[in-house]
Design a protein around this ligand. Structure first.
Ligand SMILES: Cc1cc2nc3c(=O)[nH]c(=O)nc-3n(C[C@H](O)[C@H](O)[C@H](O)COP(=O)(O)OP(=O)(O)OC[C@H]3O[C@@H](n4cnc5c(N)ncnc54)[C@H](O)[C@@H]3O)c2cc1C
Length: 448
């Protein structure tokens, strides 16, 4: 009986002989790419600390056709393969639990704008580069995450929502037109997947196949403006936040924070730490209407930027980022967050806050059907974190836990697909189970 390390060494030797990009056993590189941003979760810090789970080798394909070759060799040697883009996933979902090959896809970074306006990009292309190419061609990609340096393969494989979500939903809502997928079935092939057939490959952490390239939808490019506003009360903030769903053109992003989260935001203007912050990316034609609503709602427009780079900076303060900025500013204190959605976040913030021992802070986002929020509180242990889930649900707040690494969207479809595409269970082992221990399979923000 050989070990995974021995089998991986044999596979790596064959891959080097075949010339499939770079093959590295550099310990520093292995340590770096064997962990991701799971450090945002104090629970995962304890369970998957950097260095506890290590790949045996890092393989970085240089061309699309290298991917099926890597998978064929890995299949023949019974070697696990864990795909990785930029490693910004915060659920530990790119951790190589069983060692083997860490498949670094960043070398596949081609980007093409098609005649129909879609963009096709190699799995390792960064969202920043894709957006730049799309904008130069007069197009806006539908959605990108606040981690704009992440890859399209990682965003579709492990992310969900971001700038553009208010109008265009999540990665599961028609964002992906088609994908080239390499299965782990010994065939050494790639297949093109479209339409409903894409479901098992979106937000399933690569357990059903490796995304080699992805074609995503775009809209005609618009003039986007970054608007900063401040409010004295949560109620005033919420009144404007919810009204944004009635703007003549939906905003691209609308993030909001309580005063406690404001001081650590890296904004281009001084934000008043005693007031609630609202930050919106709106189409230029709706800026006056937004400013009017802010003023009539008792708020103040603090700054308006028409430069596109400033809208990017605003995106960089959305979704999980304010939580991370808080954690970074207070390394001596431990904060955790829950990803949540539902109108009680607007209507009954006191009840939401009461779910955890205080102080509890809310970072709001806007979806097409209501608010989402990162509920942020001091960490007192995993049991305390998990105890809040049923309490939030009892309030009518949907919860997605960022404290576990199991596939939690379309689990059954993924299991059925993986039976065919990964019969030996070698793709990203340990992430797919019929009954994830934390039952939090609510698709926050996904349109139903
Ligand atoms: C501060 C912070 C803010 C964030 N904000 C957002 C946000 O706004 N929206 C959001 O959706 N997420 C957000 N995330 C999570 C993360 O950024 C997204 O999941 C991201 O898009 C992942 O991209 P990546 O290239 O870093 O992928 P990785 O972290 O490398 O991988 C993510 C998952 O996808 C799998 N994978 C990677 N490449 C492929 C491939 N080619 N084929 C199949 N599977 C693959 C990996 O195995 C892993 O399971 C945030 C995280 C942090 C730390």
């Amino acid at each position: 009986m050989t070990t995974v390390s021995e089998r991986t060494a044999a596979a790596a030797a064959e891959l080097e002989r075949l010339g499939v990009g770079s093959v590295s056993t550099d310990p520093a590189l292995i340590t770096k790419v064997s962990s991701d941003w799971s450090r945002m979760s104090p629970v995962l810090q304890e369970k998957v600390p950097p260095g506890r789970y290590l790949a045996d080798v890092v393989v970085r394909p240089a061309r699309p056709e290298h991917v099926p070759t890597v998978l064929k060799v890995a299949f023949e040697h019974d070697v696990p393969v864990t795909p990785r883009g930029a490693g910004t996933g915060n659920y530990g979902q790119a951790t190589p639990f069983d060692g083997g090959i860490l498949l670094d896809l960043r070398g596949l970074d081609s980007i093409t704008v098609g005649d129909g306006g879609t963009v096709t990009a190699g799995a390792g292309a960064r969202m920043t580069a894709i957006d730049r190419v799309a904008r130069a061609a007069g197009r806006d990609i539908w959605i990108f995450p606040s981690t704009k340096s992440s890859t399209i393969g990682g965003f579709v494989g492990g992310g969900s929502a971001g700038t553009g979500t208010i109008e265009r939903g999540t990665t599961s809502d028609g964002y992906v037109v088609a994908a080239t997928v390499a299965p782990m079935d010994g065939s050494g092939t790639m297949v093109t997947v479209r339409g409903d057939e894409l479901t098992p490959f979106i937000h399933t952490y690569g357990v059903t196949g490796i995304l080699v390239d992805v074609e995503v939808r775009t809209d005609p490019a618009r003039d986007w403006t970054a608007v900063y506003a401040a409010f004295r009360s949560y109620a005033d903030l919420v009144a404007v936040h919810r009204s944004l769903l009635d703007l003549p053109r939906l905003p691209r992003l609308a993030s909001a924070d309580e005063p406690a989260l404001v001081p650590t935001l890296p904004a281009p203007v001084a934000l008043d730490p005693t007031r609630h912050s609202l930050r919106v990316i709106v189409e230029a034609s709706t800026v006056d209407e937004l400013a009017d609503r802010v003023r009539r709602g008792g708020g103040e427009v603090v700054a308006v930027f028409t430069d596109y780079t400033e809208t990017d900076r605003l995106s960089g303060m959305s979704y999980n980022h304010p939580v991370w900025f808080l954690q970074r500013a207070h390394p001596d204190r431990r904060f955790f967050h829950m990803e949540t959605g539902g109108t009680p976040l607007w209507d009954d913030p006191a009840a939401v806050r009461a779910v955890y021992p205080g102080p509890v802070h809310l970072h709001l986002e806007l979806f097409g059907h209501g608010p989402g929020a990162m509920v942020v509180a001091g960490y007192r242990g995993e049991d305390d974190v998990l105890a809040g889930i049923p309490r939030l649900e009892a309030l009518g707040v949907g919860v997605h836990s960022p404290h576990q690494w199991y596939v939690d969207r379309n689990v059954q479809i993924a299991i059925e697909t993986a039976r065919r595409t990964d019969p030996k269970g070698l793709l990203n082992p340990g992430k797919l189970t019929a009954a994830p221990p934390v039952d939090t399979r609510v698709n926050i923000g996904v349109r139903s």
